[in-house]
Ligand binder design. Structure first.
Ligand SMILES: *[C@@H]1O[C@H](CO)[C@@H](O)[C@H](O)[C@H]1NC(C)=O
Ligand SMILES: *[C@@H]1O[C@H](CO)[C@@H](O)[C@H](O)[C@H]1NC(C)=O
Ligand SMILES: *[C@@H]1O[C@H](CO)[C@@H](O)[C@H](O)[C@H]1NC(C)=O
Ligand SMILES: *[C@@H]1O[C@H](CO)[C@@H](O)[C@H](O)[C@H]1NC(C)=O
Ligand SMILES: *[C@@H]1O[C@H](CO)[C@@H](O)[C@H](O)[C@H]1NC(C)=O
Length: 417
């Protein structure tokens, strides 16, 4: 048994080293500009759409739209999503303390929470205990010390902007927490990008990532050209997904065939300002097609941003060599009720995507940021620490919890031989 203990302790030390060196891709920045980014989040329990949205201070419809899940279905916000589901959570990527990060999320500690469980379980490894402690100037060095219930914490979350482009094409960046069993080629393949691109974006010397590392994955996207005065300036939508904007009055989609942003009226909000193009009788999203001898005259009423509560639209016409067919939209699916693990990593949903909830994304530090522990209760964090009592002194990180029982199990097997 002494040998077992020594081995487990040694294993824990090795893991601690691995955990401490978990890498996150960091983008230095200055100024106050921000961009839209996505957080790759794996649900730690069955959770309602609205609970996940509140956890990340976003809008339920925006969360669904960013995952190409049916956001206009009645009761969509109350659907229960299964534990283990991987979601892309839209976030505003700001510039704080000289680096890109999302700082809009406030979490109120619940009884039994520790820095480690908040970081590793509730936020699924997107934040580390150290980062939460530093961001909130907490004194305790012990990630397993219970937090005062009700204590409000800023939870800094990793993101990058990189000019919302990749290889000079519009891109939105997903912060992806590397899971046990992931490989860089596997991750690249599942996001239809290349190992080289992932390595370049993340300044990696070799195509190797460890569980717990956070990689920035560029997703092809449709960019907007809204003026700076628009509250949804910089709107960018990942291929295959939707975003809601203008107070949920307008929905914009990207793909699947072209990477031109396409916006139409949304039916989510009861009272919306006019969406008619000026000096015409056509509505936002209407496209008319007139074959002529010189080519196909395509005119459309397109969205130009949400300015001072006004949905700006413009009519544009142009000749194209061939008449386009009817517009194809990214497929929307119902929120899943089960998670299918068909490979070693959690596959992304059919498509990625960012969104801005009509420009109402709370600004960093604003009083309006939703705070956990209010009108709804998040699922409790299990405090189980795995089968081996002797590992309870090991620094508690999610990864060690995942890997240690496995090591202990193998060691026990080995000792029995
Ligand atoms: C940012 O991206 C745009 C295109 O999306 C490009 O025109 C511009 O040069 C880029 N700026 C920098 C600093 O890379
Ligand atoms: C956009 O997504 C569709 C599938 O939804 C895919 O066929 C297409 O190649 C993607 N486009 C880009 C530029 O990645
Ligand atoms: C114009 O757009 C409105 C709203 O999306 C739609 O109901 C209508 O059918 C469209 N008309 C044409 C001619 O496409
Ligand atoms: C194309 O159609 C629009 C209206 O549908 C018209 O205003 C414009 O003059 C046409 N352009 C050409 C080149 O035919
Ligand atoms: C928006 O409204 C404010 C006053 O309410 C005005 O000063 C500003 O010029 C308006 N901006 C635009 C782009 O119309």
């Amino acid at each position: 048994m002494a040998e077992l203990h020594v081995f487990v302790t040694a294993a824990a030390v090795v893991l601690v080293v691995a955990v401490v060196s978990a890498k996150t891709t960091i983008e230095p920045c200055s100024g106050s500009d921000s961009c839209q980014a996505l957080l790759g989040y794996t649900l730690y329990a069955d959770m309602k759409v609205s609970e996940v949205a509140a956890l990340f201070a976003t809008d339920p419809a925006a969360l669904l739209a960013a995952n190409a899940l049916d956001f206009s279905a009645p009761g969509a916000a109350h659907r229960i999503l299964p534990m283990g589901l991987f979601l892309r959570v839209p976030t505003r990527c700001a510039c704080a303390d000289g680096v890109r990060k999302s700082v809009a999320v406030r979490y109120a500690a619940r009884p039994g929470d520790t820095l480690a469980t908040v970081a590793d379980v509730v936020f699924a490894g997107l934040a580390s205990a150290d980062q939460i402690r530093d961001e909130n100037a907490l004194a305790s060095a012990d990630p397993d010390a219970p937090l005062d219930a009700g204590r409000k914490l800023v939870v800094p979350l990793p993101c990058v902007c990189f000019n919302s482009s990749d290889n000079n094409l519009p891109a939105v960046y997903l912060s992806y927490v590397v899971q046990v069993g992931d490989t860089v080629p596997g991750i690249a393949a599942s996001y239809e990008t290349t190992v080289t691109d992932v390595m370049n974006v993340n300044a990696m010397g070799s195509p190797v990532a460890a569980p717990g590392d956070i990689l920035a994955i560029p997703l092809p996207a449709c960019a907007s050209q809204f003026p700076k005065s628009a509250s949804d300036h910089g709107l960018i939508v990942a291929n295959g997904t939707y975003a809601l904007t203008a107070g949920n009055c307008v929905q914009c989609s990207c793909g699947p065939n072209s990477l031109d942003l396409y916006c139409t009226p949304a039916t989510l909000s009861g009272s919306c300002p006019s969406m008619q193009c000026p000096n015409s009788n056509v509505m936002l999203g209407n496209v008319s097609i007139h074959p002529t001898s010189a080519g196909c005259n395509v005119s459309s009423c397109s969205y130009g941003g949400f300015v001072n509560g006004t949905i700006t639209t413009s009519l544009s016409a142009g000749l194209q060599p061939r008449c386009p067919g009817p517009h194809q939209f990214p497929a929307l699916t119902d929120p899943p009720t089960t998670v299918i693990h068909d490979s070693t990593y959690l596959p992304p949903l059919s498509a990625p995507g960012p969104a801005e909830a009509g420009g109402v994304m709370p600004e960093p530090g604003s009083a309006g940021s939703p705070v956990q522990g209010g009108p709804f209760a998040l699922p409790k964090v299990s405090t189980a620490k795995g089968p081996a009592g002797s590992v309870s002194e090991a620094p508690s990180m999610d990864k060690s919890r995942q890997i240690l029982p496995f090591l202990v199990c193998c060691l026990v097997f080995y000792l029995h031989m």
